[in-house]
Design a protein around this ligand. Sequence first.
Ligand SMILES: [Zn+2]
Ligand SMILES: [Zn+2]
Length: 800
Amino acid sequence: MNDVADMQTTQEAAERIRVQGLVQGVGFRPTVWRLARRYGLRGSVANDGQGVSIHVCGPVAALDRFAAALLREAPPLARIDRIEREPTAVLPQHPDFRILGSHATSIRTGVVPDAAACPECVQEVFDPFARRYRYPFTNCTRCGPRLSIIEAIPYDRATTTMRAFAMCPQCSAEYADPADRRFHAQPIACHACGPRAWLERADGAPVAVDAFTMLDDVDAVCTLLQRGHIVAIKGLGGFQLACDACNEAAVARLRQLKRRSRKPFALMARDVETVRRYCVVTEGEEALLRSPAGPIVVLDATGPERVAESVAPGVKTLGFMLPNTPLHHLMLRRMDRPIVLTSGNRSDEPQCIDNAEARARLGGIAEYFLMHNRDVARRVDDSVVREMAGAPRVLRRGRGYAPAPLSLALGFSAAPAVLAMGGELKNTFCLLRDGRAIVSHHMGDLEDALTYADYRSSVEQYLKLFEHEPRIVAVDCHPEYLSRKWGQELSARWGASLLEVQHHHAHIAACLAENAFPLEGGPVIGVALDGLGFGTDGTLWGGEFLLADYRVCKRLGTFKPVAMPGGEQAVYEPWRNTYAHLMAEMGWARFAMNYAELDLYRFLEAKPRRLLDRMISRGINSPLASSCGRLFDAVAAAAGVCRERVTYEGEAAVALEALVDERTLKEEDELLAYPFAIPRLKSVHLPYVEPLAMWQALLGDLLLGTPVPVIAARFHKGLAVVITRMVDTLSREAGGDKPVRTVALSGGVFQNRVLLEQVTARLKAIGFEVLTHRHVPSNDGGLALGQAAVAAARSLTNSQ
Ligand SMILES: [Zn+2]
Ligand SMILES: [Zn+2]
């Protein structure tokens, strides 16, 4: 009241205020409307091509308070990147404050990620007196489906899969009322007018309703899970398979039927208190679990209770999420323990999204289906996040994060439109325009035919959704990548230029881009450690030290190239790498002479060594690879971890990291960390990481019967030491009188928490600025962003 009184004595002014960022489809205009009323302002608010445009008039002091409140009280899903205020002499035409309709140009910022059910909606769903009591599709402008239901632009009910449901009068009234939480919430619905959920049996027989004492079909699922059944559930971005996570028989059956190797299953629990019984949850991790993105958070599984062994064999972490839709909240209300909730597919195929397709493909796995009749427009997998080196890091980017744009450094805004095709495994693609990059949701491994088909249609969908007309198509150099082949085809079809970006350069550029590193920020030392990528010399790389900026990159150092006997087979049989490493370092005779007591010796002796030797010496199906990932495999297998075979790339490294003894890591003398040397590679005069001394120390430890967790810790620490030394040396050599002081860490190997934390801390301790990944994965899921940034930067040079 007082505010209004003293404002009336001050002078009036008019302003145009432009707000940029994620401000459309998130309830921003009603917030503006509410604030304008609070401060007694007249005018209007509208969406337009760049964001939200506000025209206001009122006392000068009130305008300032209004602008401050906009920042402070923006809706939870909004992200304000910029606010510009400009005085104007033109006064608003209306005597009050109005919300104007979206202009047709509101495309560029129109698609926001799906958001987990907000606390208000959850409360409503559990309130017996509320209109939406137990309604599984409750949502508002602060939460609910977005990307997963949108079919075309602009984002309007008619262009989503909600168009099949006509709003009832009550929902219409809420939709039209700016004071309501559901004002312009496109997927608004209720029992009377919206989608509904029902239970089916996989064998087609009717569900015996009287077998349950249940409130409704959603509630019945809880009973089924408690009785050990596997249930397929239609979630937000596709079907999921669920079972009781504490029932070993159910989990093992699910693993077998789904033909899912040993990869850990994700879990869902009704609340954080339940999660804490199994895992330690830090404050930051709790915030992540509860965030609107609602990702799977990888947690240390050191709580007092245990889930079934088959949930995550050989791993000391568990991936937990909280319910992200009212349907999940309702389903888990009575469940006092976690459930497995994994994507509804068989092995590496894409997740089912369609009811008929799910019945056909998942019928052999699930015994029951929780169906509903709201179509999923686009498969969106759950996101995975892990807190490492003091920050949350996205390991897989899907539901809740994609397709929120990433803002690149200012210099990029002049670049032409780019489409980057990504890699082969863990694929994503990227659209870049106006200095903003839209990285697609996680697609998966293109080697699977269904995933590849899904990828191609998703590229088309994104181009339409964002009205993106690429002038450059960026691809990986690998001649066999399907993403590259498709990129070539598209560029030819459109007459767009095709640009190749080397795999590890793309990794480093992705790290620079997401950190908004300046376009002309000068070169950095890029450390790109991963499994395999195609090098500029036609060989396989995977442990590279680069001098890189956005445009060019130079290989300064590497890991020792070692043969991969059997090629692809070496990725799935870690011992092959151990054998190749030992032969490269010391040969069989020396190994036999010194280490014949080891069971590693007996194991390798029983293998067809002659054949392997011949393959390696003649280079038959045994490509040389300077791969850090393969070094991890070799070391893990030597220590007896995942020796015979792994079921997914990187499994051995994950298992080795899980074993690391923290006390050895933190307290043991640095001298006991395994040593590496840095000689120069004769052929190309490159310094490289030479592991001979490491192998001698490790094999010596094996002879002494040193516990594997200690071995794992000494290896991680030694590797961090040599990486740091290499960076330090190279930065001096490369910079000349102007040493390079910034390091970018990328590649799938840096999803290893121990290594990332060790390397980051050591580099910072000697004065380096360290850039790491947070918003896109450091693995190949981030490649597309890097490719796009390189293509944009190069085009800007060419046009100068
Ligand atoms: Zn809500
Ligand atoms: Zn309704």
